[in-house]
Design a protein around this ligand. Structure first.
Ligand code: LLP
Length: 480
């Protein structure tokens, strides 16, 4: 057959697609590709690139056990093709808008990943001077990126202005005054947008809801007009847009629609009064945690009962584009989790299987310091063996880490294939808020990170050594 996989798909009759694509995959041809529009309107073809080939879990064409043996564990592994697919799919779902995707890099700020998204044309939603410097270190620029967060320091504001930030997302009046002051000192006008708090319940975990009036984010809609009037009086500010973000891990379209509907009349008013250029609707699109592995295939999505199908970018676009298009503004999106969440796994090794009278424990070498989401948000992460053996019986166990806290538990009473000491498991959907929220608790160094692309893989962040961990520490002279 002639041409690239993409050409073949574009030119194939729809009935031949499924076979062609699966054949391509199992021949190890894991380039990023899409089925034509008619097929995509159902779902994209592969939602992620983690699956068993034979009995071994692969990321794209790479056997994950090989990565674990080569680089040790715990190790995060990311799929470049999955990130590309997620990005392209989201952008495509919002076609018709003048769109600027600002990847919320707090989800995963590995330099390699930033570079990958920059290559795809993404800008960034950043929240600190450190994140800004990461973008620069990745060889990208911040000229189309936005700076969010409730506590920006003068130094951070200065750094952002010097590097030509697209806009500051302002969360309070004192912050406005500070940005104005720093801009004045540098002799520039600072581009700003005010974050509106639409007071919409995102129906997500309390710790990741941000759009309710009782949390610290943004300015309530009813006083936002006055905040813009105040901003207009500052000589060194330029009003450029308006922003909102209602929460994270939303798997239902309703809160997004409610928030957009609630805020658009005000946005139109701002356009007329202050000539704003853009409206950022934030991030928040959720991903699949419970059936993480199965959700890699279109069949899983098709099997979900109508009305209960988790949010897809296509549904997001279909609901929001008609509401946003009439504004005639640039629309910014700040997706984090959606772009990287299902593109990463955390590899870990079984240290011990402890059989108790009441309970079994599988003790693995990853811990809450590597992936804090289960301990912090009671988050569910699917855990699967790297080598599948269907002849083994299942066992029910708590899957825990070695940290000295009972909260260091990844899964309670989880059923999984019997595993033994030295075998590997993967914690799925760990690409977002995994490594970036990790710590060194119990003096455990930061995990390694590996990026896969097709059959290639590379260590993109080495495991932290003990020496690096204590490099900045001193015992003071008065104790010697
Ligand atoms: N924009 C703003 C202003 C945000 O505060 C956030 C996330 C995002 C965009 C990206 O949201 P996403 O598309 O990733 O949902 N650590 C928590 C999630 C915290 C989200 C904080 N803000 C977790 O692991 O679930």
């Amino acid at each position: 057959m002639e041409g690239t996989v993409e050409d073949r798909l574009e030119n194939s009759p729809q009935h031949a697609l499924e076979k062609l694509s699966f054949d391509s995959f199992f021949q190890g041809e894991t380039r990023t590709f899409y089925a034509p529009q008619s097929f995509c309107s159902r779902t994209a073809f592969f939602m992620h690139h983690f699956r068993y080939t034979g009995n071994d879990l692969h990321c794209e064409s790479v056997n994950l056990a090989e990565v674990a043996r080569l680089y040790g564990t715990p190790t995060y592994v990311y799929s470049a093709a999955t990130m590309t697919d997620n990005y392209t799919r989201l952008a495509k779902s919002l076609s018709g808008l003048d769109l600027q995707i600002c990847y919320a890099m707090k989800a995963n700020s590995a330099l390699a990943i930033l570079r990958h998204f920059a290559n795809l044309g993404a800008a960034f939603d950043l929240v600190s001077g450190g994140e800004l410097r990461r973008v620069l270190a990745a060889g990208a620029n911040v000229k189309r990126s936005v700076f969010a967060g409730v506590g920006k320091t003068s130094e951070e504001i200065e750094l952002a202005l010097q590097n030509g930030i697209f806009a500051f997302h302002v969360e309070s009046e004192p912050e406005m005054a500070r940005i104005n002051h720093v801009a004045g000192r540098l002799g520039v006008k600072a581009p700003i947008a005010i974050r509106i708090n639409p007071d919409v319940d995102a129906h997500t975990h309390a710790k990741i809801t941000t759009g309710k009036s009782d949390n610290k984010f943004g300015i309530p809609l009813k006083v936002a007009g006055a905040a813009y009037e105040a901003a207009a009086k500052y000589p060194n500010l330029r009003i450029k847009g308006v922003q909102m973000h209602i929460g994270s891990q939303l798997t239902d379209i309703a809160p997004f629609v409610e928030a957009v509907k609630k805020v658009t009349p005000f946005v139109a008013e701002l356009k007329a009064k202050h000539g704003i250029d853009y409206f950022s609707i934030g991030g928040g699109i959720g991903i699949i945690y419970r059936d993480a592995l199965a959700s890699g295939s279109a069949e899983w999505w098709d099997a979900q009962p109508a009305g209960q199908r988790p949010l897809t970018p296509e549904a997001y676009g279909a609901a929001l584009v008609p509401l946003l298009q009439p504004l005639g503004l640039k629309i910014l999106l700040e997706p984090g989790r959606f772009l990287v969440g299902n593109a990463g796994v955390l590899l870990s090794r079984v240290e011990f299987v402890k059989r108790g009278s009441a309970k079994n424990f599988v003790i693995i070498d990853a811990a809450m310091n590597d992936l804090v989401r289960p301990a912090m948000y009671d988050a569910f992460h699917e855990i699967v063996p790297l080598h599948r053996d269907t002849s083994r019986p299942a066992m029910v166990a708590d899957i825990v880490g070695p940290v000295c806290e009972s909260g260091d538990c990844f899964a309670k009473e989880r059923s999984l294939q019997q595993v033994g000491e030295g075998e590997y498991v993967a914690l799925l959907s760990a690409g977002a808020y995994g490594y970036t929220m990790a710590s060194r608790y119990n003096t455990r160094g930061m995990a390694a990170e590996v990026l896969v692309k097709g059959s290639a893989f590379e260590l993109v962040h080495e495991r932290e050594s003990f020496e690096t961990m204590i490099a900045g520490e001193r015992v003071p002279a008065f104790l010697k």
